[in-house]
Design a protein around this ligand. Structure first.
Ligand SMILES: NC(=O)C1=CN([C@@H]2O[C@H](COP(=O)(O)OP(=O)(O)OC[C@H]3O[C@@H](n4cnc5c(N)ncnc54)[C@H](O)[C@@H]3O)[C@@H](O)[C@H]2O)C=CC1
Length: 360
């Protein structure tokens, strides 16, 4: 991996070129424009390599990946084709260290990786659809670039508050982006998302500026482990930046529904007052629940960033922490929380790599 990581772009371009030349029938499983797709493969391989000695984490990751591939139309027989082209690309760009032993090791690793993915997809087929269709039932523009969308899935969609899904719009076929659910599971089965249109974000711009009630989108399976642990009653310290407030609102609703009276402290950060697009909802929740404290944190010309605000309160040593927002905020948020003494295993957040491709 250290040989190929510096030339990751070339390896992936060559890999897809090989794949589409040797197996043209597989081209239709991928989006027309391959730019974000390209680095997903290497990211997945790097993640697998990083956790190679941590079987439970690696298996869990690969099972999710296998289940997540069902919505693309991936089948078991596609895996050997991918493996052969992957090894073709790796051997070309790692030629200085590639030998029979390396190749045998990669064949073994790839075979194991793909088998875990294939088995997870097969098990999932027995209990869940490959994807869900969902109809947009309401679309509310909260600021010039943030919309709250409510959709009705065509079949029941089980998930936990704090999780996210992948979403495809009719305007950009086969381009999937991740969005967190902005509400706990509702009795009417509807799902809500907060979407911010980001520059060059095709999916997010379509969802904010184009989607209307009646449009049909597709959803992949739920994913993510940033969920409330109902086996303890420790407090929740929630740090949400921008549309990162969405899963936090869902978790607050979840705590409320469980009738628990554990302290929940929410820091809701935004670049300006105007960007606190969901503050009314959060303050309403605070009024309804004495155990909930909501603190808006607005950047003062970059002087006070969201993570800094947490240090002004506390102590937090009895709390589980949840961080959600832009990747840079998650990184500095996690650092700040560790600094104030919260152990890493009590800090939850979604994978920053997944969010880089998340758009909004
Ligand atoms: N589950 C999750 O973690 C979720 C993540 N998101 C992500 O949240 C982001 C939302 O974007 P916007 O609303 O435009 O956020 P934004 O850029 O307006 O920032 C929101 C807040 O985070 C702070 N912040 C931003 N970058 C920071 C950094 N490097 N260090 C410290 N603080 C920082 C800002 O000061 C502000 O208070 C998107 O990238 C989206 O993918 C959205 C929903 C759920």
């Amino acid at each position: 991996m250290s040989e190929v990581a510096p030339v990751a772009d070339k390896v992936t371009s060559y890999f897809y070129a090989l794949l589409f030349v040797r197996h043209p029938d597989l081209r239709s499983l991928f989006p027309a424009a391959m730019d974000t797709q390209r680095d997903r493969l290497l990211k997945a391989l790097l993640t697998a390599a990083e956790h190679i000695d941590n079987t439970p984490v690696l298996v869990d990751y690969l099972q999710n990946l296998g289940r997540g591939h069902r919505k693309y139309g991936t089948r078991a027989e596609h895996y050997p084709a991918v493996g052969e082209c992957l090894i073709g690309a790796l051997s070309k760009y790692a030629s200085s260290v590639w030998d029979g032993e390396t190749e045998a090791a990669w064949v073994r690793a790839y075979t194991t990786i793909s088998q875990v993915m294939i088995d997870a997809a097969a098990a999932d087929e027995l209990r869940a659809p490959a994807w869900w269709y969902a109809e947009v039932v309401s679309h509310e523009l909260r600021t010039s670039d943030v919309a709250v969308l409510t959709v009705r899935p065509d079949q029941p969609y089980p998930f936990l508050a704090g999780q996210y899904t992948s979403l495809e719009t009719p305007w950009w076929p086969r381009i999937w982006r991740h969005y967190s659910f902005a509400s706990a599971p509702r009795s009417d089965g509807l799902l809500t998302f907060h979407v911010k249109a980001v520059p060059a974000g095709w999916v997010s711009n379509a969802l904010v500026h184009r989607a209307r009630p009646g449009d049909i989108i597709r959803l992949g399976p739920p994913a993510g482990s940033m969920t409330v642990d109902h086996t303890t009653d420790s407090g929740l310290l929630c740090v949400g930046g921008g549309t990162g407030i969405a899963p936090i609102k869902a978790m607050v609703e979840d705590v409320a529904e469980h009738g628990e009276r554990r302290p929940v402290e929410v820091f809701y950060g935004a670049r300006s007052n105007h960007d606190l697009y969901d503050i009314d909802t959060m303050l309403r929740l605070q009024q309804a629940h004495p155990w909930l404290e909501v603190r808006p944190v607005v950047d003062r010309h970059g002087l006070l960033q969201l993570p800094d605000a947490i240090r002004e309160y506390g102590p937090w040593n009895e709390y589980d922490a949840y961080v959600s927002g832009p990747p840079g905020m998650i990184r500095s948020g996690v650092d700040a929380l560790r600094d104030i003494g919260i152990p890493s295993d009590r800090i939850r957040h979604d994978s920053v790599e997944e969010l880089v491709a998340a758009e909004g």
